[in-house]
Ligand binder design. Structure first.
Ligand code: NAG
Ligand code: NAG
Length: 209
């Protein structure tokens, strides 16, 4: 019989492990280093690890580790979400938001933020490895990163919030609201999301091929 440690070693030898976030302090450090709390005007003290996984056409899915750089063609999605290391966050519901604060370029982000995803009513299924599932359509469906040619890589940030009562009745952002000029911290303030309880992000540069 394999002990857990030798099983983990075996899995890593065969390249089967995924580079997901494993430490709250490492995620916080990566956010701070990338200036995300300042740029998004958020308080970011994660209590849970938000795992964001992108399916790949002919390879194992990629699970983000905060700050990982991916090729655009690895980000078609749609992503699946799970939560790990979350003893005290409850089973939901949760809201997940994803924004690009670097549009059209990090140096001059005049269209920012671009809303790449916004959805509520996510619940944790503790018996399925922390997978988050929801049965309602997203307010803004997942939009693949498409940084314009010539731009530096953009940051695509995913944030997890506890969903407040009445969230489903909010009309500040609807499926017909422009995805540009979004402000996640202002939205959070207006609908009572509080501070994010988890998050992660990826970097994606323009890809012409
Ligand atoms: C976004 O909203 C927050 C909270 O209302 C505000 O402090 C911040 O200045 C806004 N950011 C921009 C770029 O307008
Ligand atoms: C993504 O693009 C890279 C570089 O152009 C290429 O090598 C790779 O095969 C592409 N992958 C997919 C899944 O299309």
């Amino acid at each position: 019989m394999l002990l857990p440690a030798s099983l983990a070693l075996l899995l890593s030898l065969f390249g089967a492990t995924v580079a997901q976030d494993t430490s709250l302090s490492a995620v916080k450090q990566a956010f701070d280093k990338a200036n995300i709390p300042t740029n998004l005007a958020i308080n970011f003290n994660p209590q849970a690890l938000l795992q964001v996984s992108l399916p790949q056409p002919s390879a194992r899915e990629i699970t983000l580790s905060a700050g990982v750089q991916l090729l655009r063609n690895q980000t078609a999605g749609p992503p699946t979400f799970s939560v790990t290391g979350a003893a005290q966050t409850g089973l939901g519901p949760f809201v997940i938001a994803s924004v690009d604060p670097d549009a059209p370029t990090p140096q001059n982000p005049t269209n920012a933020q671009i809303r790449h995803f916004l959805g509520g009513n996510f619940f944790l299924s503790s018996d399925r490895g922390g997978l988050l599932s929801n049965s309602t359509p997203a307010i803004s469906g997942y939009r693949q990163p498409t940084p314009p040619a010539g731009s530096d890589a953009h940051r695509y940030i995913f944030l997890l919030y506890k969903q407040p009562a009445g969230f489903n009745q909010q009309t500040i952002v609807t499926p017909s609201t422009s995805i540009a000029g979004f402000n996640i911290s202002n939205f959070a303030l207006r609908v009572g999301l509080g501070d994010p309880i988890g998050g992660t992000f990826m970097l994606v540069a323009p890809q012409t091929a």
